[in-house]
Design a protein around this ligand. Structure first.
Ligand code: ZN
Length: 494
């Protein structure tokens, strides 16, 4: 018995989409760039980070936004040289908040072997001026430099996994789904689970499709051994597929062209290829999480799953659509009938630097229709909340996401305006999206996600009663304690 003195208790947060190892590695190894920073401010951050590093050691920073990108583009080849100067000649890679672009200095390009003679990789672009690489790298070009940064050793990966788990517990998370998982990642969590250290439910989405940048023969082989490789708090019954890109680069696949262009975005699999991939996973009892952002991509996923249900039977696993911004209203009933979960991530339904950049690309009219969360709820579509940490926001903050669901306004008060106010929902509607629904969709609904007799005692104690306060005050909620399986795994410093 614990006397909480009347404090507010709720089930632990179940985060339905995040990137556990890349997110935590960035948090541990990189310096943080605020998405609103201009390039001058970033150079000052680089100087500060360089001060603590050995000569020749990599510097990585995450994540710059539209403002710094415009500065870098304006400066042309000088920007790269300024970054060399600030870093003291250390190889440096800065990541864009979309995770689909980056900026490297000359030392970083040299380590990756990129020079004027290097061709653009498939699906990527080395941005050049008069033939010389500027340091700006789009899509797959950024992974050439990223690959030159030394990988984590296995023992380090366990440390990163442990640090991530502690971080999650501190913000109230007791269950998560990693959205693109490798065998090494699963080994690291298995080591924690075997040592009885794991203090969160850990779901994994295997990189078993060739559309994943992290695909390897090992990832594919893992699928067959997925039950034996998991510890008691782990589940790896999903596979990731990438179908399209992102709106900010006009690569998300749309039914209507991007305003002012004749571009519709792109898809990486034909209808037949997508059907074949999903059907093969489904047959093995593996649910897919398909990255399908644009409305045309969403429709292609629904068509494929419909055919899969016809051929494999209706009893197959749940499938997920990540990130589900542009699910057309006319498709809600199909989503429900086909048991497809909308993975709502990242939290861009409220006004922030990324949503505004996104709105500039697709136009105000189209952005007003994104995240039709209330309409989907009323139509009975299954949904679960993900942070997509650490894309867009460096901190995993479920309370900002929650406040944004209730108001569709910036919970920090930095940005004015409102996105699609008619799609705001109530607290009673929102809480299951961040607790019960994710657990249920992962097949853990009879173990966690609710406060009920017989379930695992996974709950959090907050510093305020969410039902007694305004949405603005909800955004500032602090977790006082996190309990996992009845044990206190986090307690806020007094
Ligand atoms: Zn993601």
């Amino acid at each position: 018995m614990i006397d909480l003195g009347g404090r507010f208790v709720m089930p632990g947060v179940f985060d339905f989409h995040l990137h556990v190892i890349t997110g935590m590695t960035t948090r541990l190894r990189s310096f943080v760039i605020d998405a609103g920073d201009d390039f001058g401010t970033i150079l000052a951050r680089v100087r500060a980070a360089a001060a603590g590093k050995r000569e020749g050691e990599w510097l990585t920073g995450s994540a710059y936004g539209a403002r710094a990108l415009a500065d870098i583009q304006r400066a042309g080849l000088d920007a790269k040289r300024q970054l060399d100067e600030a870093s003291g000649g250390r190889p440096t890679l800065l990541i864009h908040s979309s995770l689909h672009g980056a900026f490297a200095n000359e030392a970083g390009l040299a380590r990756a072997g990129i020079d004027a003679a290097t061709p653009d990789p498939a699906g990527g672009r080395i941005v050049r001026i008069r033939g010389e690489a500027t340091g700006l790298l789009e899509e797959n070009a950024m992974w050439i430099v990223d690959a030159a940064i030394p990988m984590l050793r296995d023992s380090e990966m366990v440390d990163v996994a442990r640090a991530a788990m502690r971080y999650f517990n501190s913000v109230g998370v007791t269950g998560f789904v990693d959205a693109q998982s490798t065998p090494e990642m699963i080994d690291a969590f298995r080591a924690l689970d075997d040592a009885e250290e794991l203090s969160t439910w850990a779901g994994f989405t295997l990189s078993a499709s060739r559309t994943c940048s992290t695909w390897s023969p090992g990832s594919e082989a893992l699928l067959a051994r997925r039950k034996e490789v998991c510890g008691p708090h782990m589940i790896a019954e999903n596979a990731k597929i990438f179908l399209d890109g992102v709106p900010s680069l006009k690569t998300a696949a749309m039914i209507e062209p991007y305003p002012g262009t004749d571009g519709y975005g792109e898809m990486y699999l034909s209808p037949e290829e997508l059907f074949a991939e999903i059907a093969a996973f489904d047959k093995q009892g593996v649910g897919v999480k398909v990255h399908a952002v644009g409305d045309a991509a969403v429709v292609r996923v629904l068509d494929a799953v419909e055919r899969v249900r016809d051929e494999n039977g209706d009893g197959g696993p749940w499938h997920h659509i990540a990130h589900g911004q542009y699910i057309p209203h006319r498709e809600f009933s199909r989503m429900k009938r086909l048991r497809i979960v909308a993975d709502l991530s990242p939290p861009m339904w409220f006004v922030n630097h990324a949503s505004l950049a996104h709105e500039r690309v697709v136009g105000k009219e189209r952005y007003a229709t994104v995240w039709p969360i209330r309409s989907m709820l009323e139509a009975g579509v299954n949904m679960a909340l993900g942070s997509d940490w650490m894309t867009i926001f460096p901190e995993l903050n479920p309370w900002h996401a929650l406040a944004g669901l209730l108001t569709r306004r910036d919970p920090t008060g930095q940005f004015e305006g409102i996105h699609g106010p008619h799609e705001a929902i109530t607290l009673d509607q929102a809480l299951p999206l961040m607790t019960r629904n994710g657990a249920t969709a992962m097949g853990l609904g009879d173990r966690t996600g609710r406060l009920a007799p017989g379930l695992s005692a996974d709950f959090i104690v907050l510093d305020r009663d969410l039902y007694e306060i305004s949405a603005a005050e909800i955004a500032g909620a602090q977790v006082l304690k996190t309990i996992f399986e009845g044990h206190e795994v986090y307690s806020a410093p007094a």
